[in-house]
Design a protein around this ligand. Structure first.
Ligand SMILES: *Cc1c(COP(=O)(O)O)cnc(C)c1O
Length: 396
């Protein structure tokens, strides 16, 4: 069967409305395009949305992670325990900070770091832990923070996909980003739940860390250019350390402010759509779906299905079956240790003593289905029908 690409259901369709376009025009006419008042307003609104004391906007989640690690003092010779099963930027940020990623396995139920594996991977050289709320699903944060605290190392949450996800913390529902570790890092790439084209945000309750990251994102400058422009007396800035340009522009921040204001509606719609998938695939003969843990609520940044161990259908055949019916899908999350960038680089990575079997299983069995606000029920019904008709074994 073939379907023209005009009717293909995409994996994601970013929703940009008139309000975003008007906000961009307003900034374009304002005379200030780079990091300025819109970024400052976006930071205030984001911090208050997640309940953090400080938010710092940067150019991407990758640079947020790098700045967070540098701000925490991570550097050459240090080990950072993280998961291999993540978008490769998680590991790249650790290498960019000069440290060595130590990969541990994930839990099948959450796709997130297995706290037992973390405990065994910590050494005197461990300087930080980077856990991931993978595709928006909260990881076992309470246990991870507990173990890390016990060893005196800070936790960085890679919350790239997790804006709007909730975690029950000591019995209270809180948004991811109210940092229980040292810092949480978000992405605004179009594939995520809200977007600024590209962009990132870091949240923390530590004022010292927030200031350090502000300096790292702007060439190590002692005073921001907005503050310098507003000063009534001549001020000379100083450059306090070799650093980077990790800034977000005011044009991006203006888009982000509108998107953030819509977050609740976006997450509610994603949860409604996910519920429809969960009901339709209850007890599917070939694949499993992920159920939420009692302590975590996902924003359903992606909807994964995981082919059962006994199934004769391969991941590629299942994906081809969907593509033949005009449905775009993605293979599951990759593993850094299986990519050429990391495979065999023992000087960069230290294999934790145990296997990454669950990570490898998930990479080869998970498929991400289309799920985004704006996906119509009729489109979703087509995806559901195609999944229900999956052949029991691979024909290719
Ligand atoms: C998307 C993603 C990133 C990278 O985000 P960018 O904003 O594109 O740099 C990092 N980690 C995870 C888990 C992601 O999903």
């Amino acid at each position: 069967m073939s379907t023209s690409s005009a009717t293909r259901i995409p994996i994601v369709r970013p929703e940009i409305g008139d309000a975003e376009i008007a906000a961009v025009s307003r900034v374009m006419r304002s005379g200030w395009l780079s990091q300025g008042p819109e970024v400052a307003a976006f930071e205030r609104e984001f911090a208050s949305a997640v309940g953090a004391a400080h938010a710092v906007a940067v150019s991407s989640c990758t640079t947020a992670l790098q700045a967070a690690l540098l701000g925490l003092g991570v550097g050459p010779g240090d080990e950072v325990v993280t998961v291999s099963h993540s978008f490769v930027a998680t590991a790249n940020a650790i290498v960019a900070a000069g440290a060595r990623p130590v990969f541990v396995d994930v839990r099948r139920e959450t796709l997130g770091m297995d706290p037992g594996c973390l405990e065994r991977a910590l050494t005197p050289r461990t300087r930080a832990v980077v856990c991931v709320h993978q595709i928006g699903i909260p990881c076992d944060l309470e246990r991870i923070v507990d173990i890390a605290r016990h060893h005196g190392v800070p936790v960085v949450e890679d919350a790239a996909c997790a804006i709007g996800s909730l975690i029950s913390w000591q019995g209270r529902w809180e948004r991811i980003g109210l940092p229980h570790g040292a810092v949480a890092c978000f992405s605004f790439h179009p594939r995520k739940v809200i977007t600024t084209g590209d962009g990132g945000m870091l949240t923390t309750n530590d004022p010292g860390l927030a200031n350090r990251v502000r300096q790292i994102r702007q060439h190590g400058m002692s005073i921001s250019d907005t503050a310098r422009h507003q000063a009534s007396q001549v001020v000379f800035e100083e450059y306090l350390e070799p650093a980077f340009n990790f800034r977000m522009t005011d044009v991006q921040a203006a888009i982000g402010r509108i998107q953030l204001a819509r977050l609740d509606g976006i997450v509610a719609e994603r949860r409604r759509l996910a519920q429809r998938y969960l009901e339709a695939f209850h007890d599917h003969r070939l694949f499993d779906v992920l159920r939420e843990q009692p302590w975590g609520r996902t924003n359903w940044q992606s909807f994964p299905i995981v082919l059962r161990d006994g199934a004769d259908l391969t991941q590629i055949a299942a994906m081809q079956h969907l593509l033949d019916r005009g449905i775009a899908c993605k293979r599951g999350i990759v593993n850094a240790h299986q990519e050429p960038a990391y495979a065999g680089r023992s000087n960069w990575t230290k294999a934790a003593s145990e296997s990454l079997a669950e990570s490898e299983r998930l990479r080869d069995r998970a498929i991400l289905l289309p799920l985004f606000h704006g996906l119509t029920d009729a489109e979703q019904d087509r995806v559901i029908a195609a999944c229900l008709m999956m052949p029991a074994e691979s024909r290719i």
